[in-house]
Design a protein. Structure first.
Length: 248
């Protein structure tokens, strides 16, 4: 395969991965607490190119998406009037007890379970700073202050555990709005700078119009690369035909 076809094919693959990310972002533009994914481009260097200046001239460097990364910037805080809806202003995540261990989320669309526990829409109980859960004792509404302290009828039920990920920590997405530390040995500290706002939820940080523009741009790049592959194939075919004419 000639270098033009290799480069174009690699570009097509990278654009396909970008299209998947953009499509997923747009599909979750209305998901509470969703954080958009972005791509990080790099170059694949063939072993011949990596061998140094004395290597053969037949070397290959092609564009690839080395990895995707998550944009943790804050979305808009939307008032709902529901006292069980909570949003975080500033960096931080609510800690919940997931089915396979601690999970972290910015989706503050909470509710009370049948037993009176404060849980997520999926039924995961919220964790307090001391690792316990918030357990309601009556039918009266819950009051949550900016520090995350939960009260009911003047009684303190607990303080919400709000944490943030350390720099360069490996974090994996779980579903559309949950995150999990890939290394369970890393201990996350309580965050004191984030403020809890009751009666609000955080919308997705996906800017739909911007993502749509990027989607159109990537589609055009995809079409151009397809034309490059077709052009390379046509050039190779003609070269073979001309060689056949000369040798015949």
């Amino acid at each position: 395969m000639d270098p033009l076809t290799i480069s174009a094919a690699s570009g097509l693959r990278a654009r396909m991965e970008t299209l998947d990310l953009l499509a997923n972002n747009l599909a979750n533009a209305g998901t509470t607490g969703f954080k958009s994914d972005r791509e990080f481009y790099s170059l694949y260097v063939s072993p011949e190119a990596d061998a140094g200046a004395n290597a053969s001239s037949n070397v290959t460097t092609v564009p690839v998406i080395e990895k995707s990364w998550t944009d943790f910037s804050q979305g808009l805080l939307v008032p709902t009037g529901n006292k069980l809806d909570l949003a975080l202003s500033g960096k931080g995540f609510f800690a919940v007890n997931g089915s396979s261990g601690p999970l972290y989320t910015r989706n503050g669309n909470f509710r009370l379970s049948a037993s009176g526990a404060l849980v997520t829409a999926e039924g995961y109980p919220l964790l307090t700073a001391d690792g316990k859960t918030i357990q309601s004792q009556a039918d009266s509404p819950l009051e949550v202050n900016a520090e995350g302290e939960v009260r009911q009828e003047g009684q303190v039920l607990g303080k919400l555990r709000i944490v943030d990920f350390p720099a360069n920590a490996e974090v994996a997405k779980q579903g559309s709005a949950y995150f999990q530390m890939t290394d369970p040995k890393i201990k996350l500290a309580q965050v004191s700078t984030a403020q809890v706002e009751q009666g609000k939820i955080e919308s997705s940080n996906v800017v739909a119009a911007q993502s749509a523009v990027r989607l159109v741009g990537v589609m055009r790049q995809f079409e151009m690369l397809q034309r490059a592959v077709s052009l390379s194939t046509d050039m190779n075919r003609r070269a073979v035909e001309e060689v056949a004419k000369v040798t015949s």
